[in-house]
Design a binder for this molecule. Structure first.
Ligand SMILES: [Zn+2]
Length: 567
């Protein structure tokens, strides 16, 4: 294909100048639609054509007509929307697949609903082994702190461990606490909390590093289990219109699962994988990341990124704040490393060519991470780094201009950016209205010149990017036509929100030459939605459904195709 194009160009210079040879026909033409190109000079056109894995033409229906040949598949869009393949810049596909294989709880709407599902899971898996689930809604419980009693009533004899939806809290029954060896005399581990009754007895909830005391005891899934889980997750990503991802936290097992899936030839997904590293020991972090990067160098999902968990979450009061929590005036949360440790870790990783992706929830963590990037620039000089801070529930206004100055991308989980029950019932008493009003400040960051990308954090929240894009634009509950707004003025224009899921993310991933915008020569990664998207009817954005998803010009999802089987 490449030679053909090159020789045609050569012919064009010699003979074709007077009598141009007709361009070879396209394989596929989509026309009579609304095509978002991602090109600011011409953001919307009506038709797109590709040949092989490359876009060959965009424009009006008449512009692409000369490319229609006898064998060209012509698809009339009837006003459907085409977007460049969507990028999910913070997602945990294996976690989502494992949740589906275990006892999934993220759809449960009440405490009784959770308990009924757990009972059903136990009945479906006879024996005396662990029942493992995840995804329960923390806001269903006072202080996000469920008691073991509730689970004991549902499943008294077998150990049960249920990870919360945010991934930072776990809930056990009495048998689970006993099996994990967590008792009255067990001290809180570093960076972890065992919630307790007044007499010091563990009450059933564990936070952050305390969850590791349990997770070390759970049965390990096999590689086959993980490959099936990942295969299911990739099919779900395609069904959501996603063609590129940043896997936000991988270890050796996750990379091995990606590699096994890729070696079956079933990985039609691009992106970057971020290797989880401990920021407390810079040298060990670098060695660990280098070892995995070289071992998995051939992976289509390049392990060229390192992930640092810098703080926790507001719900558990483990997020690091600049000012204290209102209900604990002596407490600002904690960073998972000292500033000196963090500075050294970031500088070493970046000097070795790693992109650095940091989990930050509190404004204290955001500042510490920005300080570390500034220190790394001072040490290493300015180079093409791909820095990203994910979540950013609170950012001090003074820090907003530093994103652009330090080339730090804001990685937005926008589905969280409306006044839901977490924010109203759990976060508001913790941090107060003034801080609630400036949560997830995407508008402020964009006005300060920052690049914003979008990520789902699936399975923490839904994989559907259209819900998150709608919240980016409206800052209201996507299920409501009109609801309360979080942070007036923090809304983004529709094109900026679409850019967050396409061109801006492609830049962050280092793929902007290939994907992220539709233009001749780009890869034919694109998604077709069954509706028109418009800023005027923003409340309808999340109602649109994916109709087709293409990777390299090949349909990897069709709404009228077979359903995704369970993993
Ligand atoms: Zn995450």
């Amino acid at each position: 294909m490449r030679t053909l194009v090159a020789s045609c160009a050569l012919i064009a210079m010699l003979a074709c100048a007077t009598a141009p040879a007709p361009a070879p026909p396209a394989d596929v033409v989509l026309r009579a639609g609304r095509v978002f190109t991602g090109d600011a000079a011409r953001p919307w056109v009506s038709a797109v054509a590709w040949r092989g894995d490359r876009v060959v033409a965009l424009g009006s229906d008449a512009d692409v007509q000369p490319l229609v040949g006898a064998a060209t598949e012509v698809i009339e869009l009837h006003g459907r929307t085409v977007l460049p393949g969507l990028h999910d810049a913070h997602v945990h596909p294996l976690g989502a697949g494992r949740e589906q294989q275990g006892c999934p709880l993220s759809e449960a709407k009440s405490v009784d609903d959770i308990l009924a599902r757990v009972r059903a899971c136990a009945a479906a898996r006879p024996g005396d082994g662990w029942i493992v689930g995840r995804g329960w809604d923390l806001s269903l419980f006072p202080q996000a702190n469920p008691h073991k009693r509730l689970l004991d009533a549902a499943v008294p004899a077998r150990p049960v461990y249920l990870e919360g939806a945010d991934g930072h809290s776990g809930w056990l029954n009495g048998a689970g606490l006993a099996k994990a060896g967590i008792g009255k005399d067990t001290p809180n581990p570093a960076n972890g909390v065992i919630e307790r009754d007044a007499d010091g007895t563990p009450s059933g909830t564990v936070r952050e590093a305390a969850a590791a005391l349990v997770e070390d005891q759970l049965p390990e899934p096999t590689l086959d289990d993980d490959v099936r889980a990942l295969g299911w997750a990739v099919a779900r990503l395609h069904a959501a219109g996603i063609t590129s991802i940043m896997d936000a936290s991988v270890d050796e097992r996750r990379l091995a699962a990606w590699q096994a899936l890729a070696s079956k030839g079933e990985l039609a997904l691009r992106g970057v994988a971020c290797i989880g590293v401990e920021p407390t020991d810079a040298t060990a972090a670098l060695e660990h990341a280098r070892a995995l990067r070289s071992r998995f160098a051939d992976l289509p999902l390049a392990p060229s990124c390192a992930k640092i968990f810098l703080d926790g979450v507001l719900e558990g009061e483990t997020a690091a704040l600049l000012e204290p929590y209102l209900d604990r005036p002596d407490h600002r949360g904690t960073l998972n490393a000292t500033q000196a440790q963090l500075d050294k870790t970031v500088a070493l990783l970046e000097a070795d060519g790693f992109a650095v992706h940091v989990h930050v929830i509190g404004d204290g963590a955001a500042r510490a991470a920005l300080d570390a990037f500034a220190a790394a620039t001072a040490t290493n000089g300015k180079a093409g780094r791909h820095r990203t801070l994910a979540h950013l529930q609170l950012v001090h206004p003074d820090d907003a201009p530093r994103f652009a100055a330090l080339d730090v991308t804001a990685n937005a989980q926008s589905l969280w950016a409306y006044p839901d029950s977490y924010i109203r019932e759990v976060n508001l008493p913790q941090v107060g209205q003034e801080r609630v009003d400036r949560m997830y400040p995407w508008g402020t960051l964009v006005r300060a010149g920052a690049s914003v990308v979008g990520g789902s954090d699936w399975p923490v929240t839904t994989v559907n990017p259209l819900e998150a894009i709608e919240v980016m634009v409206r800052r209201q509950d996507p299920a409501l036509v009109a609801g309360p707004v979080l942070g007036k003025g923090e809304e983004l224009a529709l094109e900026v929100a679409l850019g967050a899921y396409t061109a801006a993310a492609a830049r962050l991933f280092g793929h902007a030459d290939e994907v992220g915008a539709l233009r001749p020569g780009a890869r034919a990664d694109l998604v077709v939605l069954d509706a028109a998207l418009s800023a005027e009817r923003a409340a309808d954005i999340s109602d649109a459904k994916v109709w087709r998803t293409y990777v390299d010009g090949r349909a990897v999802y069709r709404a009228d195709g077979p359903a995704v089987p369970q993993p």
